[in-house]
Design a protein around this ligand. Sequence first.
Ligand SMILES: [Zn+2]
Length: 103
Amino acid sequence: MPPLYLTEARRLPVERQLRLTWTDGAVDTVDYDVLRGFCPCAVCQGHNASEIVFHPPQAAVEITAIQPVGNYGLSIVFSDGHGTGIYRFEFLREIAAGLPPDG
Ligand SMILES: [Zn+2]
Protein backbone atom coordinates (compact mmCIF):
# COMPACT_ATOMS: atom_id res chain seq x y z
CA MET A 1 0.00 0.00 0.00
CA PRO A 2 1.28 3.49 -0.74
CA PRO A 3 1.85 5.70 2.28
CA LEU A 4 -1.23 7.45 3.52
CA TYR A 5 -1.43 11.20 3.22
CA LEU A 6 -3.99 13.79 4.09
CA THR A 7 -5.23 15.80 1.16
CA GLU A 8 -7.29 18.17 3.30
CA ALA A 9 -7.89 19.01 6.96
CA ARG A 10 -10.87 21.31 7.27
CA ARG A 11 -12.41 22.73 10.41
CA LEU A 12 -16.19 22.47 10.67
CA PRO A 13 -16.92 25.17 13.26
CA VAL A 14 -20.62 24.42 13.70
CA GLU A 15 -20.10 20.70 14.25
CA ARG A 16 -16.84 21.37 16.12
CA GLN A 17 -15.23 18.63 14.10
CA LEU A 18 -12.15 18.32 11.97
CA ARG A 19 -12.83 16.79 8.59
CA LEU A 20 -9.96 14.75 7.18
CA THR A 21 -9.78 13.75 3.54
CA TRP A 22 -7.23 11.07 2.66
CA THR A 23 -5.39 10.04 -0.46
CA ASP A 24 -7.23 6.71 -0.48
CA GLY A 25 -10.53 8.58 -0.77
CA ALA A 26 -11.68 8.09 2.81
CA VAL A 27 -13.22 11.03 4.64
CA ASP A 28 -13.25 11.10 8.43
CA THR A 29 -14.64 13.58 10.92
CA VAL A 30 -13.27 13.81 14.44
CA ASP A 31 -14.64 15.91 17.30
CA TYR A 32 -12.35 18.67 18.52
CA ASP A 33 -12.72 17.38 22.07
CA VAL A 34 -11.67 13.88 21.01
CA LEU A 35 -8.57 15.24 19.31
CA ARG A 36 -7.71 17.30 22.37
CA GLY A 37 -8.29 14.37 24.71
CA PHE A 38 -5.99 12.13 22.67
CA CYS A 39 -3.24 14.74 22.44
CA PRO A 40 -0.14 12.58 21.99
CA CYS A 41 2.40 14.97 23.51
CA ALA A 42 4.56 14.03 26.47
CA VAL A 43 2.86 16.57 28.74
CA CYS A 44 -0.53 14.95 28.22
CA GLN A 45 0.59 11.35 27.98
CA GLY A 46 3.68 11.21 30.18
CA HIS A 47 7.17 10.54 28.94
CA ASN A 48 7.07 6.78 29.23
CA ALA A 49 3.52 6.15 28.17
CA SER A 50 3.20 2.85 26.38
CA GLU A 51 -0.28 3.58 25.17
CA ILE A 52 -2.23 6.73 24.48
CA VAL A 53 -4.84 7.49 27.10
CA PHE A 54 -7.87 9.68 26.53
CA HIS A 55 -7.95 12.67 28.88
CA PRO A 56 -11.28 14.44 28.52
CA PRO A 57 -10.80 18.19 28.15
CA GLN A 58 -11.90 20.35 31.12
CA ALA A 59 -14.08 22.42 28.84
CA ALA A 60 -15.07 22.35 25.20
CA VAL A 61 -12.21 23.44 22.96
CA GLU A 62 -11.90 24.94 19.54
CA ILE A 63 -9.05 24.45 17.11
CA THR A 64 -7.23 27.72 16.56
CA ALA A 65 -4.52 26.57 14.15
CA ILE A 66 -3.46 23.55 12.11
CA GLN A 67 0.00 23.14 10.61
CA PRO A 68 1.39 20.30 8.56
CA VAL A 69 4.40 18.58 10.11
CA GLY A 70 6.71 17.18 7.46
CA ASN A 71 4.74 14.78 5.34
CA TYR A 72 3.62 12.58 8.19
CA GLY A 73 1.43 14.55 10.54
CA LEU A 74 -0.37 17.62 11.78
CA SER A 75 0.27 20.05 14.57
CA ILE A 76 -3.00 21.21 16.13
CA VAL A 77 -3.34 24.22 18.41
CA PHE A 78 -6.39 24.33 20.66
CA SER A 79 -8.25 27.24 22.20
CA ASP A 80 -7.02 26.28 25.68
CA GLY A 81 -3.55 27.29 24.48
CA HIS A 82 -2.22 23.76 24.12
CA GLY A 83 -0.49 22.90 20.86
CA THR A 84 2.52 20.66 21.41
CA GLY A 85 0.95 17.47 20.11
CA ILE A 86 1.97 16.10 16.73
CA TYR A 87 -0.76 13.92 15.31
CA ARG A 88 0.71 11.40 12.90
CA PHE A 89 -1.58 10.48 10.02
CA GLU A 90 -1.95 6.84 11.10
CA PHE A 91 -2.78 8.07 14.58
CA LEU A 92 -5.51 10.35 13.23
CA ARG A 93 -6.96 7.47 11.27
CA GLU A 94 -7.06 5.28 14.35
CA ILE A 95 -8.78 7.98 16.41
CA ALA A 96 -11.25 8.64 13.61
CA ALA A 97 -12.04 4.95 13.41
CA GLY A 98 -12.67 4.83 17.16
CA LEU A 99 -9.70 2.54 17.72
CA PRO A 100 -7.37 2.94 20.65
CA PRO A 101 -4.34 4.53 19.00
CA ASP A 102 -0.79 3.23 19.39
CA GLY A 103 1.66 5.64 20.91
ZN1 LIG B 1 -0.64 17.50 24.81
